[in-house]
Design a protein around this ligand. Structure first.
Ligand SMILES: *Cc1c(COP(=O)(O)O)cnc(C)c1O
Length: 368
């Protein structure tokens, strides 16, 4: 049996939607399909507005530009994240300042934020890692006390929520999602921002497409804008994906439960550990992941090699950003380093079947 780490689910209805967009000729970013996708996505997340872009990375960059983050500014974020979170800040000449991870949720340890706030800090960028929301309540309180922006990197957490606070992407000032092929819903490549305030919405839309002149002088530019539009074709695919998002989230939650039932023995014997779902938090399990305990003779790479031989594709966790060349620091982040060494993503896509999950678990158990 071959089990890919993730495959998108593209239906006949999706193909029909994209074809209809092509036939109508509204294939660029100036398109009814883009407007419809934005308003439906905003409704799903629970914000007034959304602005679609060509990728999750450009969405993050545009979020930072919308809030006018500048050279020398500091943005606090976890070291354990995908590199695009930090790159978005770096593109503007600002500096990512790293925080260690919470050992349970693998998100930024919010108790360590306060010590990182300086006169240069302008924003906090929590990342809802692998679909579990970061602990936003204390984070929002801190941001209010220190007058900092909050940009949520919600690239992996479409539909995740916190009781009493709402869905990820609606909690901070701006939320940024990725719609890459392996994310919870996809437009092939794509991204989208969510926000409550009209001012942020209008600025994001203006900067997204070259900051064209506003007062009748189209080619008169007063700021450096971007070419970050999403095409009508991408949005046409996204519209159908979005109609099925509740189904995909339920499917991922079910897959996580099957994984945890099948691997329960290994967990009870203290050989592996599972992702958390803290009380009051909804995890959407973007990538179902396990940590291999370090008190045994098998390590994470052994498990990955074994599964590869069995036709099963997996991924290591992200390397923490502070150990890689572009963001190297001498500071230590022991929790992030530990989970990065021991963590792996198991197959998790929208087309994953229960027999495939059972096969993956059988192969893991056989190795142990
Ligand atoms: C996928 C991802 C991104 C980048 O999204 P792209 O659409 O690939 O540009 C950013 N941040 C996180 C946490 C991600 O997982």
């Amino acid at each position: 049996m071959k089990v890919p780490v993730s495959t998108p689910d593209i239906t006949k209805a999706d193909i029909k939607n994209v074809t209809a967009c092509m036939k109508a000729g509204w294939v660029s970013g100036i398109s009814r399909w883009v407007e419809d996708f934005e308003s439906n996505f905003a409704k799903f997340i629970g914000t007034e507005y959304a602005v679609a872009t060509g990728s999750g990375t450009t969405a993050l960059h545009l979020a930072c530009a919308t809030l006018d983050i500048r050279p020398g500014d500091e943005v606090i974020m976890p070291t354990f994240t995908m590199i695009a979170s930090a790159n978005a800040v770096r593109y503007l000449g600002a500096k990512p300042v790293f925080v260690d991870s919470d050992p349970q949720t693998w998100c930024m340890d919010v108790n360590q934020i306060q010590d990182k706030i300086t006169k240069k800090t302008v924003a906090i960028m929590p990342v809802h890692i692998y679909g579990h929301p970061c602990d936003m309540k204390p984070l929002i309180e801190m941001s209010e006390d220190a007058s900092l922006w909050v940009i949520e990197d919600a690239a992996e957490s479409h539909g995740a929520d916190i009781e009493g606070m709402g869905r990820t992407g609606s909690i901070g000032d701006i939320g940024a999602f990725s719609l890459y092929a392996n994310k919870i819903i996809t437009t092939g490549e794509g991204g989208i921002l969510t926000m409550h305030h009209k001012k942020d919405y209008e600025r994001a839309k203006w900067l997204r497409a070259h900051a064209f002149g506003r007062h009748g002088r189209h080619y008169w530019h007063e700021e450096v804008g971007y070419g970050y539009r999403m095409s009508g074709l991408q949005a046409a695919l996204g519209l159908g994906q979005l109609e099925r998002i509740d189904y995909y989230i339920e499917k991922r939650r079910l897959a996580a439960n099957v994984y945890m039932m099948e691997l329960l023995d290994l967990m009870k014997k203290n050989l592996i550990s599972f992702p958390a779902e803290l009380e009051g938090f909804k995890n959407v399990y973007w990538m179902f992941s396990i940590l291999i305990k370090d008190n045994i003779h098998i390590d994470r790479d052994d498990v990955m090699d074994h599964l590869k031989k069995k036709g099963i594709e997996t991924r290591t966790f992200f390397y923490p950003l502070h150990i890689m060349l572009p963001y190297k620091t001498s500071e230590e982040f022991p929790v992030a380093e530990d989970i990065a060494n021991r963590g792996m993503n198991l197959p998790s896509g929208n087309q994953l079947t229960i027999p495939q999950i059972k096969y993956v678990c059988k192969c893991i158990k056989e190795l142990f």
